[in-house]
Design a binder for this molecule. Structure first.
Ligand SMILES: Nc1ncnc2c1ncn2[C@@H]1O[C@H](COP(=O)(O)OP(=O)(O)OP(=O)(O)O)[C@@H](O)[C@H]1O
Ligand SMILES: [Mg+2]
Length: 362
């Protein structure tokens, strides 16, 4: 028998009655996904794309309108939340203000009527894991935002859930703390080897945390892949645009010589290997050429030429907006030896780094 994945979504759909009271709207549709044990999957996408709804169906707070959710081969659609052995961490930490850190974390264990000595052992272990040792007697309001989020995480982990669900857990923290906490979350997740579904709309967070990223758009999955593939080989213009900065130039397929495709864009001809195409296209078909800002290489002998419309100095990099006819081109220049910043109005020469071009359907 084929090996089954740990957590499986089979053709999941969730419809809600529309808020205007007219018929139904699909919040999630055609979702098929296989998650392996110990994987950290981030669900990434714009507001309203169905991330929270997906997570809530796994937790059992919503039931799918169609399709199956399987955990370790068992269908769990009808299983009530408290019997799924999952734990969820929310954006609002939802701590009990009148209980100490220790009692907040111990809460779920007490409902299971464990021996006091066992409760103590498990709570102290998990507090150490999340870096809160010594703070167990404090009330939550005497903790920083980051520490409160650690309590929320500890409270989830102490239950030793089969799956950890996190819905934008860091969005209430400032940028610096968010970066620190995401490294911490990754460390803890890997220490425990716990299967995790992590919702975010922050692409840097999704990239640094994930084994694989699921990009959602209007209730559907656009792409599931490891971060490098999502960035370098996006499945659609939506993904390309959503992850990182992108220049999408109007292009056309004009010919093909075996595994080499001849593409026209910016009145130039480019030769791309088949691997640089999101999918095979017909000769004559319109397309979009994806060029990441760092793949534009400024140098005096470059064969293309454009005017500087905007120059932003950011220390290690300079960001330019170039105009080339009606086309705008975002460029990130990180040459530490370049003596000066090109001023607005200057004309610059450049080339595209070969091997960094990618062709998407129009
Ligand atoms: N209980 C509900 N009743 C009706 N519509 C709902 C309900 N819950 C969610 N929706 C709709 O389903 C869609 C997906 O919502 P969801 O909360 O899953 O999005 P999200 O990706 O988590 O967005 P955000 O990033 O803003 O949190 C939205 O259009 C939302 O309005
Ligand atoms: Mg949400």
């Amino acid at each position: 028998m084929a090996e089954v994945s740990y957590l499986v979504f089979q053709d999941i759909e969730k419809r809600f009655s529309s808020r205007e009271g007219k018929g139904q709207v699909a919040a999630v549709q055609n979702v098929n996904l296989q998650i392996e044990q110990g994987e950290l999957i981030t669900l990434l996408g714009p507001s309203g794309c169905g991330k929270t709804t997906t997570l809530r169906m796994v937790a059992g707070f919503e039931s799918p309108s169609r399709g199956e959710i399987l955990l370790a081969g068992e269908r769990i659609n009808q299983k009530p939340p408290h019997r799924r052995e999952m734990a969820m961490v929310f954006q609002s930490y939802a701590l009990f203000p009148h209980l100490s850190v220790f009692e907040n974390v111990a809460y779920g264990l007490r409902l299971r009527s464990l021996l006091e000595i066992e409760v103590r052992k498990r709570v102290l272990e998990v507090l150490e894991l999340v870096g809160l040792e010594g703070l167990e007697h404090r009330p939550p309001q005497q903790l920083s935002g980051g520490q409160q989020q650690r309590v929320a995480l500890a409270r989830a982990l102490v239950l030793q859930p089969k799956v950890l669900l996190m819905d934008e857990p860091l969005s209430n923290l400032d940028a610096k703390l968010r970066e620190q906490m995401r490294t911490e979350i990754r460390r803890i997740q890997q220490t425990l080897g716990i299967t995790t579904l992590y919702v975010t709309h922050d692409q840097a967070e999704a990239m640094t945390l994930a084994d694989r990223i699921v990009i959602m758009h209007r209730g559907q999955i656009e792409q599931v892949d490891v971060p490098t593939q999502i960035y370098q080989r996006p499945a659609s213009a939506f993904v390309a645009d959503f992850i990182g900065q992108s220049n999408l130039l109007p292009a056309r397929v004009v010919g093909r010589e075996g595994e080499v495709w001849i593409i026209q864009a910016l009145e130039q001809t480019f030769r791309l290997p088949s691997t640089a195409l999101a999918r095979p296209l017909a000769i004559g078909e319109a397309a979009q050429l994806l060029i990441r800002p760092e793949a534009v290489c400024l140098h005096p002998r470059g064969s293309l030429r454009a005017g500087v419309q905007r120059a932003t100095y950011l220390g290690p990099i300079v960001e330019y907006e170039l105009t080339l006819g009606t086309q705008l081109l975002t460029v990130v220049d990180r040459d530490p030896l370049r003596p000066r910043i090109y001023p607005v109005g200057a004309e610059v020469n450049f080339d595209f780094l070969p091997g960094c071009l990618y062709l998407l359907p129009a």
